[in-house]
Design a protein around this ligand. Structure first.
Ligand code: DC
Length: 219
């Protein structure tokens, strides 16, 4: 039996990794998992019952009984849920509970797909260290904040770009400084800086890397 190929994309918020991941998954016929959604889902469940995302026991309980059922994209994509997700993501018990779900997805892609694309912060370093292709997708904080603000302002019209910038910088710092599975590039990851790239150009660059790896593994 062939082991499914995993493509790992890590990087900070609004770097473009989610969009690039979806394009890769469509182009190669792979399943896609946005792993940030799991942490957002746990955070949203806690916030929706008035709980504190910093309550370690409550967060761990939520992560252990986690399911994607009933999670609505619109509810989890807010700035508040993003900030709370970064808090629960620093909890090692939450990470341990969500690890198995991610590895199962990678080793057994739903729909019988021949591979999986996972995007997050620790995919190439912790979740799937044997991924066949790894990227670390990044961009300047200013451009990332601008992109995120443009998305969020559609549903939160009073939101200021400055507030999004500050929140993003704080979230990056927390995600990179936590002791357990911090956000960082795997040593064998390809760096993709999207600051001056359109999404099409970033995707084309990723594709060249993936095709090169596939060609070499055939040859
Ligand atoms: O990618 P995102 O903005 O949806 O992620 C929300 C938070 O979840 C992020 O601030 C850190 C956390 N996260 C993580 O710690 N590990 C992952 N693999 C994915 C997300």
């Amino acid at each position: 039996m062939n082991i499914p190929c995993v493509i790992a994309l890590d990087g900070p918020a609004a770097s473009g990794k989610g969009t690039i991941s979806r394009l890769i998954a469509d182009a190669y016929g792979f399943a896609h998992l946005d792993t940030g959604m799991l942490y957002r889902g746990v955070a949203w469940r806690i916030l929706s019952v008035g709980g504190d995302p910093g309550d370690d026991e409550l967060a761990a309980q939520n992560a252990r009984s986690f399911s994607l059922e009933g999670i609505n994209e619109g509810d989890i994509r807010t700035k508040e849920v993003g900030a709370a997700a970064s808090v629960v993501a620093a909890n090692p018990d939450v990470r341990a509970a969500l690890l198995e779900f991610q590895r199962l997805f990678a080793s057994n892609p739903p729909g019988g797909e021949k591979g999986a694309v996972l995007d997050g912060r620790d995919i190439g370093t912790v979740v799937c260290p044997d991924a066949c292709v790894k990227f670390f997708v990044t961009a300047s904080p200013e451009i990332r904040a601008h992109r995120r603000w443009r998305e969020l302002v559609k549903v939160q019209p009073t939101l200021k770009e400055r507030a999004v910038y500050e929140d993003l910088v704080q979230r990056d710092a927390r995600d990179a400084a936590r002791p357990d599975a911090p956000m960082r590039a795997a040593e064998d990851a390809e760096l993709l800086d999207t600051t001056d790239l359109t999404i099409e150009a970033a995707f084309a660059a990723a594709r060249r890397v993936i095709d090169g790896v596939f060609q070499r593994s055939k040859g």
